[in-house]
Design a protein around this ligand. Sequence first.
Ligand code: FES
Length: 113
Amino acid sequence: MSEQDGFVRVGGLAEVPDGEIRLFEHVSGRVAVAHIENELFAFGDECTHEGCSLAEGELDEVADTVVCPCHGSAFALRDGEPVDGPARDPVPVYPVRVRDGWIEVRLEIGGQA
Ligand code: FES
């Protein structure tokens, strides 16, 4: 992994096929990356309800949400806000980009990582 402009290289684009989510481990924590058509979304892996892994959840490619596998909370991929319960708090979302076939995520926002 390398750091450039605050972005951290977490893995290869080829590791996240269209329509899927992958979990990447980093010293700052776990980040999930979802791929919908030509767009990537990076967000905290831990559901704010009881901590299940959102990378193991389901993508709703029409609503741009991820649905937690444990109790069905849905989070908007663009801002992390819960759009369906039982979770009430948002998950963090992170800027993400692709450089030379690598996924890079800026994990530190406002001092939180
Ligand atoms: S842990 Fe995700 S909805 Fe309960």
